[in-house]
Design a binder for this molecule. Structure first.
Ligand code: ADP
Length: 608
């Protein structure tokens, strides 16, 4: 990790600023692209949802409008139907035909007026009138009023012409006398021979209908065959022209005086979208300015009229916004879920990568540590050798002196021709040389650095022997009483030289501890115990102070004067033994200290 951060720091310092921003750029542009995609997706989804919701809302509203329109149509139709038969029934009244057959006396006319007045009241129609064959009103229910029809000629009205030719007529018009618009239904009055005598006319006005429709929030219009609106439930819509009029239309309107002197204005509108044959979304420049309407029409075939329902678009249930918001919400939830998952995967990958990195570093560090430890072990060994060098030099010096004496005696024996004795002396020199060679050979091996992690099968008793060889001069010089009790062979697995190093450390410490004591007893025992070999080194030295017991294995812990102790012997020994899966412990005994080395036994292998 430390290495990593150092590298990062280094690259940041040395890399030019441009490179730094270039490194950031892809990350920034990636973020920018993702944001763009999210926003674009949200807009798209919202748009689609709004469109869909709008379409759905329009369809719903359209169906509802159509239903309502049918209701209004029935309303109107019922009203008209109620009066349709009235003129037909009255036409059959002989009093009518009689009064039209000849000149009418004032009295008879008065009676007729009264009769029509009565009938009109009973039927609930607006006006009843009787026209002669020229279209002159001979009697009318409104004879009392200043706007009485009586005496006026209505021959120009289309319903009269229709009645004369077809027997019946109907026509919506503004009354030329009253100025009140209404629906005129007429029936021919005929003589017995079927000749045309005149017409009985009933006029219907729709104030109640218009009033009841005016309670509705929608705009309801009725237009005639030419597309002129003549019934409207709201002011400002009546006498609007929905379709353009031809010059013939104008001429005919003039002639029939259908809308009298009412000025007719075209209604300006523009279709936004057609939803069905009789239904479209329309922008209408109405009495209250331009406004969007859902416009539904229903033709009333009997009358040749068309019923219109205009529903203000802003009054349509607006679920579009909610749908848009919901869609955006859902989209964002989806996006964030995806981002979350991706982030989690990325984190997991990163975690895995840093785990791998860490493992690699730990391995490298472990290897470094092992190298350092090997170095330390070797250094401690060489240091110990150095400290032992005086004794070892002495050990080599002794046979050298002995050889020099032997050589002198050989020379003397040869001078005296005592060849046999001279040969014997040479044999002793040979022995001494062998002893020296063995010691220097051993020293060479001991000083050698062994490869780490060695696990060769070996006999622990032999290791003890060899260690003892190195310390034999001291043991003899210091007159130490040694007791050796070892069961052989004691097979363990490990590195012989390193184990020897452990033993040398233990033995040297024991000898050091006994340097100032009068009785010097060194006891070495090697015995098996529950799958392990236990090797104890017990001395009769000073023992270890209680406070120090827990510290003796710490590196650089020493109680010896500078130059004599480094405090590494036991620390290194402890490390060597643990690496071999063994244990090294210490305890004080009545007089002195005891170190116990335990190593796993090697199960006797197949001799092959
Ligand atoms: P060094 O011998 O260089 O001091 P060691 O790690 O071998 O380093 O020993 C550490 C210390 O443990 C010694 O200084 C000594 O105080 C104590 N010690 C080790 N062995 C014995 C012993 N057999 N008897 C008493 N003290 C001992």
């Amino acid at each position: 990790m430390a290495e990593l951060s150092v590298q990062a720091e280094h690259s940041m310092i040395s890399a030019p600023l441009i490179a730094k921003s270039a490194m950031r750029l892809p990350r920034f542009s990636r973020l920018f692209t993702i944001s763009l995609v999210i926003i674009a997706g949200a807009v798209l989804v919202a748009y689609a949802a709004v469109r869909q919701a709008e379409r759905y809302a329009l369809r719903e509203a359209g169906a509802l409008s159509e239903e309502q329109l049918h209701l209004y149509a029935r309303n109107l139709q019922t009203l008209i139907d109620r009066y349709r038969s009235l003129p037909a029934v009255l036409a059959l009244d002989p009093a009518m035909s009689e009064s039209l057959s000849g000149p009418l006396s004032a009295e008879a006319q008065q009676q007729l007026n009264l009769k029509l007045e009565q009938l009109n009241r009973a039927a609930g129609s607006s006006t009843l009138e009787l026209l002669d064959h020229t279209g002159l009103a001979v009697a009318a229910s409104n004879w009392r009023l200043p706007t009485s029809y009586v005496g006026h000629n209505y021959g120009f009205r289309p319903y009269f012409l229709q009645t004369r030719t077809q027997g019946a007529g109907r026509f919506y018009a503004i009354g030329v006398t009253t100025g009140i618009p209404g629906y005129f239904l007429s029936q021919a009055v005929t003589a017995n021979d079927g000749s045309f005598l005149g017409a009985i006319v009933v006029k219907l006005e729709f104030p109640e209908l218009e009033h009841s429709w005016s309670q509705q929030p929608d705009t309801i219009l009725v237009s005639d065959a030419r597309g002129i609106v003549f019934i409207a439930n709201q002011p400002g819509w009546r006498y609007r022209i929905l379709e353009s009029l031809t010059p013939e239309d104008h001429a005919e309107l003039e002639e029939t005086r259908q809308y009298n002197r009412q000025s007719l204005f075209p209604l300006r509108y523009q279709s936004v979208r057609t939803l069905a044959q009789n239904q479209r979304l329309t922008r209408i420049n109405g009495p209250h300015g331009p406004q969007d309407f859902l416009w539904t029409s229903l033709p009333l075939t009997d009358e040749g009229w068309t019923l219109h329902l205009l529903r203000d678009r802003s009054r349509l249930p607006n679920s579009a916004q909610t749908a848009g918001l919901a869609a955006v919400g859902a989209w964002l939830a989806l996006v964030f879920a995806m981002l979350f998952l991706q982030q989690r995967r990325r984190l997991a990958r990163e975690r895995q990568r840093s785990r791998d990195e860490l493992e690699r570093l730990v391995e490298a560090r472990t290897a470094d540590l092992r190298t350092a430890q090997d170095g330390l072990i070797q250094a401690a060994k060489l240091a110990a050798l150095g400290q032992m060098s005086a004794a070892l030099a002495h050990e080599l010096n002794q046979p050298l002196t002995a050889q020099r004496m032997q050589l002198a005696s050989v020379r003397l024996l040869l001078d005296q021709q005592r060849h046999d004795e001279a040969r014997q002396s040479l044999g002793r020199i040979d022995e001494l040389l062998s002893r020296m060679a063995a010691l220097t050979g051993h020293l060479k091996t001991y000083a050698r650095k062994t490869p780490a992690g060695l696990r060769e099968p070996l006999d622990l008793a032999c290791v003890v022997d060899k260690s003892f060889e190195l310390l034999a001069p001291r043991v003899q010089n210091e007159k130490v009483e040694v007791s050796l009790r070892m069961s052989r062979p004691a097979k363990v697995r490990g590195d012989a030289i390193r184990l020897e190093q452990v033993l040398v450390n233990l033995l040297r410490n024991a000898l050091d501890a006994m340097a100032d004591t009068s009785t010097r007893q060194l006891d070495i025992a090697l015995a098996p115990e529950r799958g392990r070999w236990l090797l104890t080194v017990t001395d009769s030295g000073s023992g270890i102070a209680e406070d120090h017991l827990s510290q003796v294995f710490d590196p650089f812990f020493t109680t010896k004067p500078v130059g004599e102790g480094l405090g590494l012997g036991l620390a290194v020994s402890y490390a060597i033994v643990h690496e071999l899966g063994g244990e090294l412990t210490v305890e004080n005994i009545a007089q002195g200290a005891r170190f116990t080395l335990a190593l796993p036994m090697v199960i006797e292998e197949d001799p092959t």
